[in-house]
Write a protein that binds this ligand. Structure first.
Ligand code: HEC
Length: 188
């Protein structure tokens, strides 16, 4: 036999809740969201005496209150967990949060896990993201992010040394190339 008291009631409320949600209205918490399954008590049945009905009604009411209490406790636990998680996220160091805010709009956390770059390598990447894809950075933020990524996703020392050497040599190489080209022109 279906649950006439709770079942119809529950369905009606579920329907109304759905309608409110569909209209974008906030749904107030209350016993409204409680389903028949949550009320673990038998419904009022036909053929019951008035005393039996009364007793059943009281049992239903007690169970409803108990279910509401369970729901409140569950919500409090969920809220505490959520707040703890938010506090934990907010307590992370500024460079971590900044990198997340500026880069994770397009990337997923963990995207850079396998990256190992030198400081200039990360600086180049950050600027490339900025110029090519419009990653929004306020002045100086590129440096905070670069420092942070170079520290947490740095290249091995040998690669870093090679990069810095190459960077240091670049002006000399360019000068040498220019000198070579000019000399070639003068001789022609
Ligand atoms: C507006 C979107 C966007 C933002 C914001 C963004 N990126 Fe990217 N990023 C991309 C796209 C698209 C690619 C893939 C195409 C490519 O590599 O050019 C990419 C590729 C990358 C790569 C791998 C390719 C490479 O350069 O070797 C890295 C590393 C990277 N992004 C780092 C960052 C960092 C660090 C930030 C934060 C400063 C950032 N991204 C912010 C869009 C974005």
């Amino acid at each position: 036999m279906p649950h006439p008291t709770v079942g119809t009631h529950g369905r009606l409320i579920a329907g109304l809740t759905g309608l409110l949600l569909a209209m974008g209205l906030p749904v107030l918490p209350g016993h409204a969201g409680m389903s028949a399954e949550e009320l673990m008590v038998d419904p009022i049945e036909e053929g019951m005496t008035e005393e039996e009905r009364q007793a059943r009604r009281e049992a239903i009411e007690r169970e409803r209150q108990a279910a509401e209490e369970r729901r409140r406790e569950r919500e409090a636990a969920e809220r505490a967990e959520r707040e703890a998680r938010e506090a934990e996220l907010a307590a992370r160091p500024y460079p971590v949060r900044l990198t997340e805010r500026r880069c994770m709009e397009c990337h997923d956390a963990g995207d850079f896990d396998r990256e190992a770059r030198t400081w200039p390598g990360w600086a180049f990447t950050v600027w490339r993201m900025r110029l090519a894809y419009g990653a929004e950075l306020e002045s100086g933020e590129w440096r905070v992010i670069t420092d942070h990524l170079a520290e947490t996703h740095g290249a091995p020392a040998s690669k870093a040394a090679a990069t810095w050497t190459l960077l240091a040599l670049t002006p000399i190489l360019i000068a040498a190339l220019l000198w070579y080209l000019m000399r070639g022109r003068r001789q022609r």
